[in-house]
Design a protein around this ligand. Structure first.
Ligand SMILES: Cc1cc2nc3c(=O)[nH]c(=O)nc-3n(C[C@H](O)[C@H](O)[C@H](O)COP(=O)(O)OP(=O)(O)OC[C@H]3O[C@@H](n4cnc5c(N)ncnc54)[C@H](O)[C@@H]3O)c2cc1C
Length: 502
């Protein structure tokens, strides 16, 4: 039976202090005694972080013949999709829906979800974005990982790194219920999203933009009991809701609603929606205190939003279905790599000789300081939405608003951007690859993360097969051919496009 009363408690006021007090000057640090750590796993390729990038890295490496261990801190794989309720995957096709841009393992998991009736396709001929059932995705990720022979450790945190001579990583240190352990491998892949492994190994990283500000995290929650027909008849949709919420001040901190509100209807249940309805500005979720603050504040914000939502026609009887197991993290640390992808290279569709992945999702930057969002699209347009939902559309390329749209089919990502400076046998994939803050606004989405994972896993297996694990010695052309054989539709490079010399 549908609950007819809200199943959330009102926001208690005021928000009590909840972070541990700063330690006294005498208690700033202790010396941890040296201790022997058992080796708990050995592999050709060890992957840390089982999100979209990590799963595909592990699967690709295993299918290329490597012995693979995949380490994940949660109880399941899928990263932000499965732990944070993020249920939209973006399109595999060019903006005009004519050219396939993304395939390989990213496409494979979508096909698996399709056979489970766990995905809803949008756009012409189903070539637009996908809404997925994030619970079914946990099962699909399991099947891909286990079906490829990957060995796994769940509930296990990457906690440290042991470097050998010359930038070679000898072991990664993990912590779990059994205590502390070491994992040895020829090649290590950092898919933690936060570049945890590279940071622990002392490789240079950067956080957020030039001012170190990160795109804000968002707690995504699901609400049920929406009367969609009534809401539609009353003209209520997310922009209207956001505009109304922005008018007042939030009760738990007196601030303005700092969000770009969006959501997606569940694949299965008509009256249910995932709402990306919170935002906590001014935090860096690779910092434990900030991460904690973000979780708590976002839940308070969500309670305020739920109370307000009930005033809208069609939303009177909504109830909370679930809250993401963690706040969704958009941006923290990225590696400083052999090459950092720039925003203009993406928007102009620059082709690299060592392109290993392609994408089409726009540069999408949630304002780090408060409400608002900016999208820059491959077609030359830029859309800026402010806190009240007001939209400004103009061109990012300086051309007149009515100039013809650009026809860039996709952007390209070079192999070098997966390689962290200062380490010889480590690769990265997912949202922590080397790029600027602006370029990361496009690269960070899951379809892209999976493509980078596919490439990193295949490259990791190749580097491991060389025995020295040197990732810089992987031949990018051989890697490209390998990926193409696995269904990754890589366009020709600029050199390949040149007319043959006569
Ligand atoms: C609110 C929100 C909405 C978004 N909307 C979309 C969207 O609509 N579509 C889209 O495609 N993308 C969206 N994104 C972006 C996308 O979800 C992430 O950028 C993407 O998940 C990145 O993939 P990843 O594999 O690099 O990292 P993650 O998904 O973050 O996965 C990292 C994995 O590593 C694990 N991990 C981290 N640290 C450790 C450690 N020390 N030890 C062990 N395990 C560790 C984590 O538990 C996690 O499973 C959104 C993000 C947010 C936050």
């Amino acid at each position: 039976m549908q609950p007819v009363t809200p199943n959330t408690a009102p926001v208690p006021m005021p928000l009590p202090a909840f972070l541990p007090e700063a330690p006294s000057a005498q208690a700033r640090a202790i010396l941890e005694p040296a201790r022997e750590v058992p080796v708990v796993a050995e592999a050709d390729v060890a992957v840390f972080g089982g999100g979209p990038a990590g799963v595909m890295a592990a699967v690709a490496a295993a299918r290329a013949g490597a012995r693979v261990v995949l380490v994940e801190r949660h109880a399941h794989f899928g990263g932000m999709a499965c732990a944070a309720n993020v249920n939209i995957w973006h399109q595999l096709w060019s903006p005009n829906y004519e050219t396939k841009i993304i395939g390989g393992l990213a496409e494979e998991i979508l096909l698996r979800l399709e056979t489970m009736n766990a995905v809803r396709k949008h756009g012409p001929n189903g070539r637009g974005h996908y809404v997925i059932c994030t619970e079914s995705a946990k099962l699909a990720f399991d099947d891909m990982v286990l079906g490829s022979g990957v060995k796994v450790l769940l509930h296990t945190w990457l906690a440290g790194a042991v470097r050998g001579p010359g930038g070679n990583l000898e072991a990664a240190i993990v912590e779990n219920k059994s205590g502390r352990g070491a994992i040895r491998a020829n090649v290590f892949i950092d898919t933690t999203g936060d570049a945890d492994l590279c940071a622990r190994a002392g490789a240079p990283t950067q956080t957020g933009g030039q001012d170190r500000k990160c795109q804000p995290p968002t707690l995504c929650f699901r609400v049920g009991g929406i009367d969609g027909e009534k809401a539609r008849a009353a003209g209520v949709h997310n922009t209207v809701i956001q505009r109304e919420l922005f008018r007042g001040t939030m009760d738990y901190n007196g601030g303005k609603y700092p969000t770009f509100l969006w959501g997606a209807k569940s694949v299965w249940i008509d009256d249910e929606q995932m709402l990306a309805g919170t935002r906590v500005p001014g935090v860096d979720c690779s910092d434990a205190r900030d991460f904690t603050r973000a979780e708590i504040e976002a839940r308070y914000q969500m309670r305020w939003v739920l109370e307000k939502l009930r005033a809208f026609p069609g939303y009177e009887k909504i109830h909370l279905v679930d809250i993401g197991g963690q706040i969704g993290v958009r941006e923290t640390r990225r590696i400083r790599g052999e090459y950092a992808v720039q925003e203009h290279e993406l928007l102009e569709g620059v082709r690299f000789e060592d392109t290993i992945a392609q994408g089409v999702y726009p540069v999408d930057i949630h304002n780090p300081d408060g409400p608002g969002i900016t999208f820059r699209n491959l077609d030359g347009t830029e859309k800026i939405v402010d806190g009240s939902g007001h939209q400004t559309v103009r061109r990012w390329d300086g051309r007149a608003a009515d100039a013809p749209k650009r026809e860039t089919p996709c952007y390209c990502v070079p192999y070098r951007s997966l390689i962290p400076q200062g380490l010889t046998n480590v690769l990265t994939a997912g949202r922590c690859i080397a790029s600027t803050h602006e370029a990361a606004g496009a690269l960070r989405v899951m379809i892209n993360a999976m493509s980078f994972g596919h490439a990193a896993g295949a490259a990791g297996a190749m580097a491991s097969a060389r025995h020295d694990g040197q990732v810089r010695k992987v031949d990018a052309q051989v890697l490209r051919e390998h990926l193409k054989r696995e269904g990754v539709p890589l366009l020709q490079t600029a050199r390949e496009l040149e007319p043959a010399a006569v």
